[in-house]
Design a protein around this ligand. Sequence first.
Ligand SMILES: NC(=O)c1ccc[n+]([C@@H]2O[C@H](COP(=O)([O-])OP(=O)(O)OC[C@H]3O[C@@H](n4cnc5c(N)ncnc54)[C@H](O)[C@@H]3O)[C@@H](O)[C@H]2O)c1
Length: 358
Amino acid sequence: MPRKQDRLLRVGVLGCGPIAQAAHFESCTKAANAELYAICDVADDLRERMAATHAPRRTYADYDAMLADPDLEAVIIATSDAFHVPAARRALEAGKHVLCEKPLATSVEEAESLRAVVAASDKILQVGHMKRFDPGLEAAHDFIRDGMGEMVALKAWYCDSTHRYAATDAVQPLIVTSRNARKPSEDPKADLQRYYMLAHGSHLVDTARFFAGDIVAVDARFTHRGGMRCWFVDVEFANGVLGHLDLTVAVRMDWHEGFQIYGANGSVIGKTYNPWYYRSSEVDIFHEAEGGTRRVLGADGHFYRRQLEGFARAALDGAPLHGADIEDGVASVRAMVAIAQSARSGRPVALADAHGDV
Ligand SMILES: NC(=O)c1ccc[n+]([C@@H]2O[C@H](COP(=O)([O-])OP(=O)(O)OC[C@H]3O[C@@H](n4cnc5c(N)ncnc54)[C@H](O)[C@@H]3O)[C@@H](O)[C@H]2O)c1
């Protein structure tokens, strides 16, 4: 493991649910520059069991009590989407840095309401688009910036697999649940079309934006047949790059996620794995001048820990934020809303006109 540094960011994790158990507790424990200082959950049984397993210094049933702890420096918000914005606002107002799970919000207005709060604080808000810390995607990003020349086109796909639970159950820690867990009044899975866009579309949109920049308009087609929900989206990027996104849940085969990028001086083809394997994407970067391909190994594929380390570097050392910031979080929500509206209306939607809920 990376050696612990002398100065560790004291992190509190809000929520002891599946994502905290599978990613964030371990990330805090393993991170070179952060520690699992506190955990918080209203569910006593879950919190106590997680405290026994992960040994934080403090435990809290009440979020405000955790935020009132003067030794707490940062919060990871690992709750249901509907709670992200209010929890992030309270943490920033309490003077804590925030790493908020994706998606930042479920509506454009809610996401935008955080802008002023971030601006008024001297704290960092990073959105948990952890794929930005996948070494394969980082290598592609570096090549796009330094070597590829003008980008022409990008295709990206995110196709969840019918076999995903067999795969994740085999590799994740046993996920403990509690009947006392706090859930939003409306079941997020009541509308699966909306839920898949928020849960999975948020990753796909952020990957596209990470590589090709701002999206200005989308033209989406949607079908629900054969038990699958499938969105094919033509994307107009601000820089003129042609884009196409495919979000399909769930394909009758293995997890299928990746991207293809064409540029003036080379091309990139990436294959991304189910995140719970912690395996870096296989990204082939073809350099036209060399007539050959390079691929980073990315032996350390723990992108959840790596995103926390990036966040802690920004919080402790003032390093530039490599992860998604408030503008990226807002833009992703806006893009998802635009895709959902375009799929419903059958017409292109400019992101500037996208309003309301996903
Ligand atoms: N980045 C990824 O790859 C990834 C993967 C899975 C889930 N997620 C995201 O993680 C988030 C959480 O997912 P989950 O399935 O773990 O959620 P969950 O709702 O199952 O668990 C959240 C926990 O937070 C607790 N909680 C909520 N509000 C609280 C409050 N105010 N005070 C104290 N405790 C509170 C609940 O009791 C619950 O135990 C979602 O936004 C989801 O989109 C991200």
